[in-house]
Design a binder for this molecule. Sequence first.
Ligand SMILES: *[C@@H]1O[C@H](CO)[C@@H](O)[C@H](O)[C@H]1NC(C)=O
Length: 295
Amino acid sequence: MKFILFLTITLISQGFSALASITDAEIKSLSEKLYNLDSNRATASELVIEPQTLITSSETGSRSDLSSRPLFKQVSSTLLSKPTYKALLNLLDNYKRVTGEVEDVPSQEVQEQDAFLQQTMNTDLGKELYNFLHSKGVYSSQSEFIQDLKMMWFGLYSRSDGKLDSSGFEHIFVGEIKGGKVSGFHNWLQFYLTEKQGLLNYYSHSFDGPWTTYPDVLAMQFSWDGYYKEVGSAFIGCSPEFDLAIYSLCYITRPGKKCNVSLGGQTQGIQTYTWDKSSYGDGKKYIASAYPASP
Ligand SMILES: *[C@@H]1O[C@H](CO)[C@@H](O)[C@H](O)[C@H]1NC(C)=O
């Protein structure tokens, strides 16, 4: 009994110390590598956006449509047919966006989750993230890493009435409607698709990152089928694996905190939140949210 307790405490403290030993400089250096490995990002000819009106952060509550044209002018079909893009697109229509409605997950959708994670791990970017976390003792095998990603991103929890209606993936990549407002919604491909379907009206942006190539970061004001989003920040033009990897890196190493990454020499903040009302495994927390924020 004493031995088991000792062992448990040792294992837990080792887990913590592996994370504690990951420094801010290492996160910056790894994110710079991930940025450079993002060969599936959009080029200037594959993605054309029209950000139009820039407002100040004090004007985001005004709910005015200050941009007459869509944000996404052109997205190449070649880009959208790359394996990780296809895998992400397959997942985006799996959700009921209103909280309080139970998500059912047929086996087909579980396969789509597995395919997205596997396609991500097939990229050099996904491998680099795993190799880093493995070298730090956070994961001992790639399958353990994939299984943990699956739980933290796709594991269901309840945002309303005890119904299993939400997950980190749904909140961040798809977006939800809660209390009459858009909640989450931090993925550019979901933005593009929804806008193309005529379900999203782009109003303005209140931040445009310093990059002149993709990925860039925008903070957007928009209406999704009549529901308003006051500030929805997202990477624009990155690959799906980049979004997943950057958010996972910050969530795993700095859960529930601000995390600074370095992308092309520019510092970008990533804010993550843990879901604290339920857990998986031995007390691990699901992702509640993750998005680009000021450093
Ligand atoms: C992030 O970097 C900024 C400077 O660029 C610094 O002021 C801030 O404290 C850093 N935040 C964290 C969480 O390290």
